[in-house]
Design a protein around this ligand. Structure first.
Ligand code: 7PJ
Length: 278
């Protein structure tokens, strides 16, 4: 696995874990409830996450919540590009763009984004080529189905193998358009077309993804798999999220996409300190 991920004119040291703070600039995302819809709110939230130790800020303008309305390309550009530009100018942090839209990939890269995070793993028409042209690292996430219907009745015969096979096929597709393997990150896509059981199997066997020899991104923050065990609403899922993130770190996770940056950074620091003790 690459030790240093090249993110445009920045870089990410993969010899230690990193926290990616979630910044939604959508009016309908399930946790933030659209409270960071406006740029000044987004900037305040980004500043807090940077102070709390986030290495990356992940900016998304399209909600993937089941039932969320699709957004036009123009609307997505309007939501995310000003945030990408301002955050990159004001803070020493890598800006990740959470998008499946080729025009957004291209424009965000122009404005200084350092990473592309696509829940559709560059399967949209034109997305592979747009991403390749940026030269930026790409997070390829597994999803079964499409956001609107993916949770209706997800089925797998062997979830870990199927996720792995899908990721392998997307790695291959990237390599075919000239994207260097050293620029890829993989993600099992917790909650994306998966039952609670599927999500927990993936967490348990996360280390099996390690033999793809790529960095792994984990997105479990406050998701329903945590609510399913704790019977708690989204607002009360922080401790559960920390537990799952720590488990995933110990199984080989590298980047942790979270709402709660400070708490996650503290946990990872302590686990690292134990690992480094004599
Ligand atoms: C993920 C994501 C994830 C990656 C979302 C939510 C849903 N990107 N974007 N991995 N989840 N790479 O935060 O609950 O798990 S949006």
């Amino acid at each position: 696995m690459t030790q240093l991920l090249a993110c445009g004119d920045q870089s990410l040291d993969l010899t230690r874990p990193h926290v990616m703070g979630i910044l939604n600039v959508t009016p309908d995302s399930f946790y933030d409830g659209g409270s960071y819809k406006y740029l000044d709110r987004a900037l305040m939230q980004a500043e807090k996450m940077v102070q709390d130790g986030a290495s990356i800020i992940d900016i998304g303008g399209e909600s993937t919540r089941p039932g969320a309305k699709p957004v036009s390309v123009a609307e997505e550009l309007d939501r995310v590009i000003p945030a990408v530009e301002c955050i990159r100018q004001q803070f020493n942090v890598i800006v990740s763009i959470d998008t499946s839209t080729p025009a957004v990939i291209t424009e965000a890269a122009c404005k200084g984004a350092g990473l592309i995070n696509d829940v559709r793993a560059l399967q949209r028409e034109g997305a592979l080529q747009a991403a390749a042209n940026t030269g930026l690292p790409i997070c390829l996430m597994h999803m079964q189905g499409e956001p609107g219907s993916m949770q209706d009745n997800p089925q797998y015969s062997a979830v870990v193998d199927e996720v792995k096979q899908f990721l392998l096929s997307r790695i291959k597709a990237c390599e075919e358009v000239g994207i260097d393997r050293s620029q890829l990150i993989i993600d099992p896509g917790f909650g994306f077309g998966k039952s609670v059981g599927h999500n927990f199997s993936l967490a348990k066997h996360l280390a099996e993804l390690k033999n793809l020899e790529l960095p792994i991104l984990i997105g479990v923050s406050r998701k329903s798999m945590i609510g399913a065990i704790l019977h708690k609403d989204v607002d009360d899922r922080l401790f559960g999220s920390l537990a799952v993130n720590i488990w995933c770190y110990l199984q080989g996770g590298n980047i942790f996409r979270v709402h709660d940056v400070a708490a996650t950074v503290d946990c990872l620091k302590l686990v690292q300190a134990i690992q480094e003790a004599n």
